[in-house]
Write a protein that binds this ligand. Structure first.
Ligand code: NI
Length: 182
């Protein structure tokens, strides 16, 4: 099932801290993860956090193999081995700093450079509740940091100057009034 992705300013869940996942390996959790990948691929995203589909859980999915739509026949699917599920994730170490352009399925149409750690280590649980550690660099590190931010109610525009952020907000409010932001 493809969920509707919640847009910034339309739902306060995007700016709230999400609750930890406590029940693992349930049919509901497996289905939710499956639906999140389906929703992410259909929106041509490379990461999606549960609050973005109005689900208050510390859960995010990512697959950077579909970045830039470089593999047309994989569009809408992705490869199972490229799928990453992060449940109750936390960053345990950060290294370096790099700026790169970022966007968000909840703030479509806007892309801005954001400074992030270049290399990180994340500790998380999988759908069965087993803990694991994953090292990420560059684009994957950026996606993880962006998605973990979502679980803390933080959006990429929170990393911009207040001037830039206000400009984006003003543009969105205009679109809301025109019924172009739903
Ligand atoms: Ni996002």
């Amino acid at each position: 099932m493809i969920y509707k992705v919640v847009r910034y300013l339309n739902n306060p869940i995007l700016e709230r801290v999400a609750d930890p996942v406590t029940e693992f390996d349930t049919p509901e959790l497996h289905q939710l993860v499956e639906d999140m990948f389906e929703t992410m691929y259909s929106s041509r995203g490379i990461g999606l956090a549960a609050p973005q589909i109005d689900v208050n859980m510390r859960l995010a999915v990512a697959d950077i193999s579909v970045a830039d739509g470089d593999d047309e026949d994989e569009a809408g699917k992705g490869n199972p081995e490229d799928r990453i599920v992060l449940i109750n994730p936390r960053i345990t170490s950060k290294d370096g700093r790099v700026s790169g352009e970022e966007g968000c399925l909840s703030i479509p149409g806007f892309r801005e450079p954001v400074s992030r750690a270049k290399k990180i280590v994340v500790r998380a649980q999988d759908v069965r509740g087993d803990a694991f550690e994953i090292e990420a660099e560059d684009l994957l590190a950026r996606v993880f940091q962006h998605e973990i931010d979502h679980l803390n109610g933080v959006l990429f525009i929170n990393h911009l100057s207040s001037l830039k952020r206000d400009l984006i907000r003003r543009k969105i409010r205009k679109m809301m009034k025109a019924g172009e932001w739903e």
